[in-house]
Design a protein around this ligand. Structure first.
Ligand SMILES: O=C(O)CCC(=O)C(=O)O
Ligand SMILES: [Fe+2]
Length: 260
């Protein structure tokens, strides 16, 4: 199995960068070679957003009308509003409701809180390899992945897809979520209950057999990752069954696509 850790070459402490320098680094990232980076930044978020909007490289993808999303506890949130709760958050690709999912995802730590609840990352390329090794590819091909948003709108996509920037096969999905399912492509090729079982089996493979890389935040840290390749969640490996919560944790999430 390919170990995710080997591909993360910037798991090193850096002197805090200022916003201009961080923006230049962000612009210079070759996401194919470096799908995951961590920076310590003395960040002026408005300045960064202004630069991104003027950039010839990126588009900022808005979510529910805003450019940024505050990942922090909100007492009025529903159970499935993971980003607004401080508990467990299942494995997912960000922005599944978009046809072109955000390729670059940024998580910026405003407040680390208790600092022992990580965002856990897995490489979906590892998951595809494991699926091939277990001879599950043909079974998977009978089904589509369906994501149902909070208003009941469905997004349907292939379970395994070609990465938008490379020929790698990746998975842009959520696993272990009540909002998602594997649905037969055609009635005569698979059944609903077999699709449900397969979804559960793949979720188990991803949570147990694939290497997870946890990232524990420190204030001011920015994680930049290839969201078309890495799947992530909160507190997955060790904390999943614990009643964990961190009301002081505050991240800011930002999504980018590349200009064509
Ligand atoms: O809080 C985390 O660790 C992850 C948050 C996240 O994945 C999201 O808001 O999309
Ligand atoms: Fe996320």
């Amino acid at each position: 199995m390919i170990k995710t850790q080997n591909k993360i070459d910037s798991f090193k402490k850096e002197v805090p960068l200022d916003t201009d320098v961080f923006f230049d680094k962000l612009r210079g990232i070759d996401l194919v070679k470096t799908p995951f980076s961590i920076f310590d930044v003395d960040l002026d978020f408005d300045l960064l957003l202004g630069k991104l909007h003027k950039s010839d490289v990126f588009n900022v993808l808005s979510f529910r009308g805003g450019d940024i999303f505050h990942v922090c506890d909100d007492p009025n949130a529903r159970k499935i509003d993971y980003g607004k709760s401080s508990g467990f958050f299942c494995l997912h690709t960000d922005g599944q409701e978009f046809v072109d999912i955000p390729v670059v995802a940024i998580l910026y730590c405003v407040k680390e809180g208790r600092a022992d609840i990580p965002t856990d990352f897995i490489d979906s390329v590892d998951l595809v390899e494991l699926i091939k090794k277990k001879d599950l590819l043909r079974e998977i091909e009978k089904y589509d992945f369906v994501f149902t948003d909070r208003n009941g709108n469905e997004t349907r996509r292939s379970i395994i897809e070609k990465h938008p920037l490379t020929d790698l096969l990746v998975m842009n999905i959520s696993l272990g979520s009540d909002q998602c399912s594997f649905v037969p492509k055609k009635e005569d090729v698979g059944t609903v209950s077999e699709g449900e079982q397969l979804y559960k089996d793949i979720s188990d493979l991803a949570s147990i057999e694939i290497a997870h890389t946890p990232h524990y935040y420190k204030n001011g840290q920015v994680v930049v990752f290839d969201n078309a390749r890495f799947i992530h969640g909160r507190g997955l490996k060790d904390l999943k069954d614990v009643d964990m919560s961190d009301k002081d944790r505050h991240l800011v999430r930002l999504w980018l696509t590349y200009k064509k």
